[in-house]
Design a protein around this ligand. Structure first.
Ligand code: UDH
Ligand code: NGS
Length: 362
């Protein structure tokens, strides 16, 4: 009898049993891995959202309403790359506060601007951690000798741009030397240099002395080129004329390339923005604008700059945009970068763009 007591069933049955056991083991393993993965992503995302949410609620939003940025030095998400499964940010950011109090009675230091923007990374980069930004925006500022204006700009704009949930970078393009200023060429340089660093798909071109008075004026791109400085204090909060495209504008990479960028040949003050307007219209596009209320901006008052006298050729030039735009623009842009420096709140590009009748060095 004892001899007949076998441990398992006869051979064919035992084979089946082993297969069943193996399948069950595999299923168990699969379940465990799925569970671990699920827990990791969700616990981590949850933590991040809660951390950022409380940061924004506690510090960012309340202080932002007073026109400053978050004051905590904690920087969620910096030590670890963002989780893989972030949702796209909503069309309208929940952090916007609307009208803002903008004033220039007290001087602002770079240190002050830095302190209130602890989440901005070196070079003036920011990426929301709670969602995937809808656009990658390079903000390009033409610049020379306006440091105090730049401090105000950084102080006011960084908190606004963060509340707008943009993946953005700030590029200050400094015209080296004393030649006549050339705003539009500097903007072309900014477009080209920013693209060397990151796959930006939207470009906001802003004068250094213009601050929006409402954070619903979003620094992003639309299906048509966007004009943002529609209602400036110096013009009595109205457009000076219908075709006005100066101050702050936004073009997607495609829109900018479609018009061959901006003209390189407007030396001195005036007309380059009208040329850009012409280019847009000649390529069959139109201008999109926020409402007058949302598009309110303040300009920092200043005297006329040195080496930026009104350009006597500007009227002749804007009369010929249709012809010149084909060969003057991104396809003829020549310059020499002398230095790229990463500051905490912006990337500084010092550039030789030449002068009227003088090609760039090198
Ligand atoms: N810019 C500089 N440095 C200069 C000249 C211009 O940084 O020397 C930049 C700056 O970003 C400025 C932008 O280029 O905001 C446009 O400059 P602009 O001179 O064309 O326009 P803005 O409206 O001044 O600043 C116009 C002349 C103001 C005369 C005022 C007399 N009360
Ligand atoms: C127009 C200029 C634009 C300039 C606008 C506002 O006359 O370049 O005034 O200037 N066009 C020409 O001169 C052809 S502002 O008052 O901001 O200095 O942007």
């Amino acid at each position: 009898m004892g001899k007949n007591l076998t441990v398992g069933p006869p051979l064919p049955g035992r084979g089946l049993h082993v297969t069943c056991l193996a399948v069950m083991l595999l299923c168990g393993l699969h379940l465990t891995v799925t569970l671990l993965y699920y827990l990791d992503v969700h616990v981590y995302t949850g933590l991040m959202v809660r951390r950022v949410g409380s940061l924004l609620a506690k510090e960012g939003l309340s202080i932002a309403a007073n026109n400053t940025g978050p004051s905590s030095t904690a920087a969620p998400g910096r030590s670890r790359s963002p989780p893989l499964r972030l949702q796209p940010c909503p069309e309208t950011s929940p952090h916007l506060v609307g009208p803002l109090k903008i004033e220039f009675s007290q001087l602002v230091s770079l240190e002050g601007a830095k302190k209130i923007n602890p989440l901005v990374r070196e070079g003036g980069r920011f990426t929301p951690v709670e969602c995937t930004a809808l656009q990658k925006v390079a903000i390009i500022i033409p610049f020379r000798n306006r440091l105090q204006h730049l401090n105000y700009w950084l102080y006011y704009l960084h908190p606004i741009l963060q509340r707008q949930q943009l993946d953005y970078g700030v590029y200050v393009i400094n015209q080296h030397g004393e030649d006549t200023f050339n705003r539009a060429k500097l903007l072309n340089v900014g477009f080209t240099e920013a693209l060397k660093e990151y796959d930006y798909n939207c470009f906001v071109f802003s004068d250094v002395d213009l601050i929006p008075m409402d954070d619903r004026n979003i620094y992003k791109c639309y299906s048509q080129p966007r004009h943002l400085a529609v209602s400036m204090d110096k013009f009595g909060f109205r457009l000076p004329y219908n075709q006005y495209f100066g101050g702050i504008s936004a073009l997607s990479r495609e829109q900018h390339e479609k018009i061959n960028g901006f003209p390189n040949d407007y030396w001195g003050w005036g007309g380059e923005d009208d040329d850009i307007y012409n280019r847009i219209v000649f390529k069959g596009m139109s201008i999109s604008r926020p409402s007058n209320g949302i598009g309110k901006c303040r300009m920092i008052r200043h005297d006329r700059d040195k080496n930026n006298a009104p350009n006597p050729q500007r009227f002749n030039r804007i009369a010929r945009t249709r012809q010149t735009m084909e060969h003057d623009g991104l396809n003829s842009l020549k310059y020499k970068v002398l230095e790229v420096k990463k500051y905490p709140l912006y990337t500084y590009v010092d550039v030789d763009i030449g002068g009227p009748g003088r090609p760039p060095s090198g």
